[in-house]
Design a protein around this ligand. Sequence first.
Ligand SMILES: Cc1cc2nc3c(=O)[nH]c(=O)nc-3n(C[C@H](O)[C@H](O)[C@H](O)COP(=O)(O)OP(=O)(O)OC[C@H]3O[C@@H](n4cnc5c(N)ncnc54)[C@H](O)[C@@H]3O)c2cc1C
Length: 636
Amino acid sequence: MEYFAGEFDVAVIGAGHAGIEAALASARLGCETIIFATNLDSIGNLPCNPSIGGTAKGHLVREIDALGGEMGKAADKATIQSRMLNRGKGPAVHSLRVQVDRRLYSAIMKETLENQPRLLVKQAEIVDLRQISDNKWEVVTKLGALYRAKAVIIATGTFLGGRIFVGEVHYDSGPDGMFAATSLSQVLKNMGISLRRFKTGTPPRVDFKTIDLDKLEVQPGDEKVVPFSFETEEPPVNRAVCYITWTTQKTKEIILKNLHRSPMYSGVIEGIGARYCPSIEDKIVRFADKETHQLFIEPCGLNTREAYLQGCSTSLPEEVQAEMYRTIPGLENVQIMRTAYAIEYDCCDPLQLYPTLEFIKFKGLYGAGQFNGTSGYEEAAAQGLVAGINAALKIKGQPPLILERSGSYIGTLIDDLVTKGVADPYRMLTSRSEYRLVLRQDNADERLTPLGKKIGLVSDEKWEKFKEKQELKQQELRRLTTTVIRPSEEVNKILEKHGTTPIQTGVRLVELMRRPQLGYEQLKKVDNTRPTLPDAVMEQVETEIKYEGYIKRQLAQIKEAKRLEALSLPEDIDYYEITGLRNEAKEKLSKIRPTNIGQASRISGVNPADISVLIIWHKTRAAATKSDNILENENL
Ligand SMILES: Cc1cc2nc3c(=O)[nH]c(=O)nc-3n(C[C@H](O)[C@H](O)[C@H](O)COP(=O)(O)OP(=O)(O)OC[C@H]3O[C@@H](n4cnc5c(N)ncnc54)[C@H](O)[C@@H]3O)c2cc1C
């Protein structure tokens, strides 16, 4: 029996990483919001690695923070170990990755949701979803509570149609022993939403006290820790270490002997797995020539003995898992606390979405997170933020937020999803962006905080801090450009010490900084007028001076790309009416409904000839509109 339980502007189904950002954004932008979770202990749960960030994922977290999202702040508060990855490579791929206390991270997010004005947090499974009219929806819980909302955001993650696989044992369940959401999939299919079956897997959690740590290599955190959030004053401190070990020949033998019992290899699992998060079985099979595989032992928190065996995700039977782990140095007597498993779940085909993450066919319905075919906490949070912002902006009658791929990894992620679609769970990589040098994690605030301010998600305090940093940066660039270093014995000794040529005449500091051997560290004895500057400003200034040429070239490419992005395409265009377009292009354009010619040019099956036709069509239409307006004015 259904009963009316309340009316909201926005209803968010799911309180994982996507749902959290969506609900906070929508409530912070002034919308009455309700967020549902099948279990409130799933709020901000980390069912896989107890870490936030990593290559390209660190960029996403910084961008979420710059736009006014929450993940970066929570990660800083829950950090137990911090490392900047790829420091030995160029700044484009420097990526922050932190180990977090899993329980603390979830508790911080739950408290943040509960303390957010205009946001109600509700434990309930949504079993029905009905469209009353455009931008008018009803969601119904398992207990019959009916809620109305102008917008609904689906962020159901790995719970939707969740099914667990461990060897020959399979059963309906969400992650970490929580209930699966078993009703909503059919409702969505009946509405005409096409769903896919994807899968992912996780390694075991083993008991630290049963690991012989003396046999393992220690991996400490960085000496100098930098925070994720631009708002974090005090950087977190390292309070734990990770350990490194390797699989052995014996491990390989056990896996190969039992491969037929792995649901992935016995064909029981139909779901498509993530290419970039292979199970240990996949690694042994795919890289047969490799004798051993590196594993990381990561602490799951400060008040738990649970250790996450990174690199060893599997769905082999439990007894095989135990046998296999005990062949690994340091784990000879290991006890499993949580068995590794694979999970299959339903997600949608993201080609059904606009870059706002609203469904093309359902006004007021949005998708976010794993539900859109991605994998990863950071990817999920980024989409949740954009979906929440757009649901609120639409309700408030304001223009949508569409992030361009030339401006952010979030824009790149969403454009890839809604323009190219996904063949397997999509994980963000720096190689997915053609503008890596411009989309660095250190300048995420410069690229996105003004946008966050414009839409109303960035607080005044954050904005003032941002402006201050920008001012410091500009002052410093001016100082380096105008300060001349005169040749002297002392100066030239320092230059030679760093393997670069001495100077004969006065040289501007910026010129010296351009030399590959010289940076702030090396020039500190030469540069007597240096003001005290935050590390973040020095890092950014040094990068922009050293990579100036490359950055300029990428900015020119971006300018060219923006030219096509500026040629917008109306929602209701009939591509079958446009002569000169090939049939395949007509079909693809009609299905994906690109919002501009730039997006159209990235759709597979739409080739340059089709784009030329579209550009001509756009110009003709613009000219016609112009002459109509002139005529109209003349008639007035
Ligand atoms: C076993 C496993 C292994 C993973 N491995 C990796 C990996 O190797 N690499 C990686 O990057 N990521 C991995 N992940 C993925 C990562 O966990 C997800 O990407 C991330 O949690 C997705 O966030 P989300 O917000 O989309 O969904 P989730 O975090 O899954 O949250 C979904 C939320 O929706 C709620 N919900 C679902 N259906 C309903 C309903 N009908 N009514 C009400 N509430 C509902 C749930 O209660 C939950 O709060 C793994 C996840 C799992 C489970």
